[in-house]
Design a protein around this ligand. Structure first.
Ligand SMILES: *[C@@H]1O[C@H](CO)[C@@H](O)[C@H](O)[C@H]1NC(C)=O
Ligand SMILES: *[C@@H]1O[C@H](CO)[C@@H](O)[C@H](O)[C@H]1NC(C)=O
Ligand SMILES: *[C@@H]1O[C@H](CO)[C@@H](O)[C@H](O)[C@H]1NC(C)=O
Length: 494
């Protein structure tokens, strides 16, 4: 929309096609006027962008690029407001060549039809996450405006789930914004015409921001908190978890879209039977992420004392050497695999669980959308936090597993099955159900976010992407669903 208005204004300024030729001086004057208007506009815009980046960085820790993100965007970091307008001529193309919706499934028998898939039990967390707005006044414009202070972007979906507008408030680290916007476009492609109209605020940084105690602590009489979507939350926050970018790929660390990554990890896992796996607990990652937990974990690096092997992942080195040593599919070598949160939740949880080793999860503080499906001693093994004897706890877990190999292997298998069920169909279904439930709480009818928001379509995302990002985006493109979304678990009634 914004670029369209600009173009027509520019086109009108040339004066071609006018019936009468104005005197030369008038042409010169109006040309100068038009030109200086452009200059003034450009100056205003860059001042506006500057002001934006200054005000947003004033807001706090969440807006600073986190310290372990050394990879610059290969097209440079665009100013926040320009990020999705990669070329002024690229107005949004018709929302992608849309294949016709799939034919309805043939009825399996005369009375019923195909029984629909039940959603995994953790989909029930959607209602818990939205509980503060389910009682009382719902999501109002005023609440969204309050959430904007913390958001990296505003997203509207309108037109019966066919138009996406994005207003960027600040540029997210790496390609998070690009991949998250892509994830929404793929949801729209997977379920044409089914995605509800929404208006939402999204933040792309790691840590939750809506402090529970500061926003009524769940008291029904208190005003509801600002609704803010992000990749994780905690029990002490009201942030609304949404699938993170890595499901569509993380080009900066060479981690493929989840669909491909799970397949290759599972393949790698098959190559090493439980008996052939090393009988110690293994962790490989980046300890330098301002995470006291990971620093403490380094002190458990002793195979004879703690049965633990802690290895350092240096992403910058890895990038230089072509990611030969960071392949996740060749890391299913140990019977026990440690998961340690970083600065917040870590995308590594799903890769660790995929190995079929028993996952030793160190007292997690953060939750992402699917980690609510974790059950202690069923599909993972809980390990005490650093302050409570973490190394001892790791040692005890390994010793228990070695004493009960069949049970330990089963815990590992159930963890892997949780990941098997977390296929992209489940990820999109989660997004759809979450947006559906959220849309029901809106107390106003969503309209396209006005300029400076941009309408975004697949072409504008691909055009902004660097070569590698583009490969990952294309590899993670969705197809229209061949079946209905899964059925939500029954409402327990909160
Ligand atoms: C046919 O429909 C009935 C009633 O909905 C259902 O109980 C039954 O399981 C269905 N049979 C098959 C083969 O799907
Ligand atoms: C939330 O705010 C309260 C009161 O300001 C503070 O004591 C608490 O530490 C905060 N919680 C988190 C998780 O930041
Ligand atoms: C952990 O110990 C092993 C074996 O002694 C060593 O190779 C490795 O570098 C150590 N890890 C860290 C993070 O220092």
């Amino acid at each position: 929309m914004g670029s369209y208005t600009l173009e027509t204004a520019g086109g009108g300024g040339t004066g071609r096609g006018r019936a009468r030729y104005p005197p030369l001086s008038a042409v010169v004057v109006s040309t100068i006027a038009a030109f200086s208007a452009v200059v003034v506009f450009a100056i205003l815009r860059s001042a506006y962008d500057d002001a934006l980046s200054r005000t947003t960085t004033l807001l706090g820790h969440n807006l600073e690029p986190t310290p372990w993100h050394p990879f610059p965007h290969d097209k440079g970091r665009p100013p926040a407001r320009a990020a999705f307008r990669c070329a002024s001529y690229l107005s949004c193309l018709p929302p992608m060549a849309k294949p016709p919706p799939p034919p309805p499934q043939p009825a399996a028998n005369a009375s019923g039809g195909v029984p629909r898939r039940q959603c995994p039990a953790y989909f029930a967390a959607i209602r818990r996450d939205l509980a503060p707005w389910r009682r009382g006044e719902g999501v109002t414009r005023a609440l969204l405006n309050a959430a904007q202070r913390r958001a990296s972007m505003r997203v509207t979906i309108t037109g019966g789930g066919r138009r996406l507008h994005v207003e960027l408030y600040y540029a997210c680290v790496q390609s998070r914004a690009l991949f998250t916007v892509w994830s929404l476009l793929q949801l729209m492609r997977r379920y044409p015409g089914r995605v509800p109209d929404v208006d939402l605020m999204f933040d792309c940084m790691d840590r939750p921001a809506i402090n529970r105690t500061e926003h009524g602590n769940g008291d029904p009489a208190a005003p509801p908190p600002p609704p803010l979507f992000r990749y994780c939350t905690t029990r002490d926050h009201f942030d609304i978890p949404f699938p993170d970018w890595s499901f569509w790929g993380w080009p900066e660390t060479n981690i493929a879209p989840w669909r491909n990554e799970f397949r290759s990890i599972k393949h790698g896992a098959k190559a090493r039977k439980w008996k052939e796996r090393v009988a110690t607990a293994y962790w490989k990652g980046n300890p330098d992420v301002a995470s006291p937990l990971r620093v403490a974990l380094l002190s458990c690096n002793d195979t004879s004392l703690w049965h633990a092997e802690i290895m350092r992942q240096n992403w910058e080195e890895e990038a230089k050497s072509g990611y030969q040593h960071s392949k996740l599919s060749s890391q299913c070598t140990h019977r026990y695999k440690i998961y340690a949160e970083g600065f917040a939740w870590s995308v590594s949880l799903k890769y660790i669980l995929s190995c079929g080793s028993m996952a030793l999860i160190i007292d997690p503080q953060y939750e992402d959308f699917f980690s609510r499906g974790l059950q202690p001693e069923v599909n993972f093994w809980p390990v005490r936090a650093a302050a409570a004897g973490m190394c001892e706890s790791i040692r005890d877990a390994v010793e228990w597993g070695e004493a009960h190999p069949a049970e330990a292997e089963k815990v590992g298998r159930r963890g892997q099955r949780l990941m098997q069920e977390l296929d992209m169909a489940a990820v999109y279904d989660y997004m759809l159900h979450l947006l559906d439930e959220y849309a029901r709480l809106l107390r106003f009818r969503p309209v396209p976010a006005p300029a400076p928001a941009q309408q975004v379509c697949e072409a504008s995302v691909l055009c902004l992407a660097g070569d590698k990002q583009r490969r990952f985006l294309e590899a993670s493109a969705a197809q229209p669903a061949a079946s209905e979304p899964c059925v939500m678990p029954p409402d327990a009634g909160e």
